[in-house]
Write a protein that binds this ligand. Structure first.
Ligand SMILES: O=C(O)c1cccc(C(=O)CC[C@H]2O[C@@H](n3cnc4c(=O)[nH]cnc43)[C@H](O)[C@@H]2O)c1
Length: 213
């Protein structure tokens, strides 16, 4: 198998690489922060080589009561939660506006298999919707608004939809894997546990390699 893993920043890429133990089946690349950079970089790499699977991997915020710091979330759906329009009657997604889809398909069977393997390896693992946002949520009001908009919301990050859209447009299966570094809600950057999340991401990458090889 030839698998492309896209991480937003070097710290995430390095955690994934440590977990994969230099497996030749994987190319781990830096996507940049945000869906636009991630989509462009993923599309460039997909045009340059043949891949069987594309994965968006990194750290993320976890919705309170759904995914705690240090846990792993595997996407069963990947949704651009703020892509649409505000109207007097509330938010309208791209789908509701008739301009495409705010959701990219995930390989649900593979996501389930990976989640089972991660559970067997120990550590908290959840499957649920991972939101892609352009702005890191910083208030309880916005967190509540996102959960109301997407009831299955489990984690939020900034690249999944972009990576997934590039994969979808190339007809390649897609997965999103996130390790939780912080709670989604009132901004408290000092409470982010990035090291803890990177360790969880490394351990999850080890299991990922075992599942896919
Ligand atoms: O300090 C900040 O507010 C900040 C703003 C933008 C990016 C970062 C990063 O640490 C970049 C890495 C990566 O982390 C993901 N991430 C982690 N937690 C969250 C979150 O609560 N909401 C959205 N994204 C999150 C994201 O995918 C970044 O690319 C820090």
């Amino acid at each position: 198998m030839n698998i492309l893993v896209m991480a937003a920043v070097a710290l995430e890429r390095d955690a994934v690489l440590r977990g994969l133990h230099a497996s030749k089946d994987f190319n781990v690349a830096i996507a940049g922060v945000g869906a636009a950079a991630a989509a462009a970089q993923t599309a460039t790499l997909l045009a340059a080589a043949t891949y069987d699977l594309v994965i968006s991997a990194g750290i993320a915020g976890g919705f309170v009561g759904r995914a705690e710091v240090g846990s792993i979330v595997i996407a069963d759906a990947a949704i651009a939660a703020d892509l649409g329009a505000q109207t007097p009657d509330g938010f309208r997604s791209l789908d509701q506006l008739g301009f495409g889809s705010s959701q990219v398909p995930v390989d649900v069977g593979l996501a389930k298999r990976l989640a089972e393997a991660l559970r067997a390896a120990g550590g908290p693992v959840y499957t649920g919707t991972i939101l892609t946002v352009s702005t890191v949520t910083g208030t309880a009001e916005t967190a509540a608004e996102l959960v109301a908009r997407v009831p299955g919301a489990t984690a939020e990050a900034m690249e999944g939809y972009g990576v997934g859209m590039a994969a979808y447009q190339s007809g390649i299966p897609f997965l999103e894997i996130r390790a939780i570094s912080n709670a989604v809600g009132p901004r408290d950057r000092s409470a982010w546990r990035i090291e803890e999340a990177l360790h969880a991401l490394e351990a999850a990458s080890k299991t990922l390699r075992e599942v896919l090889q």
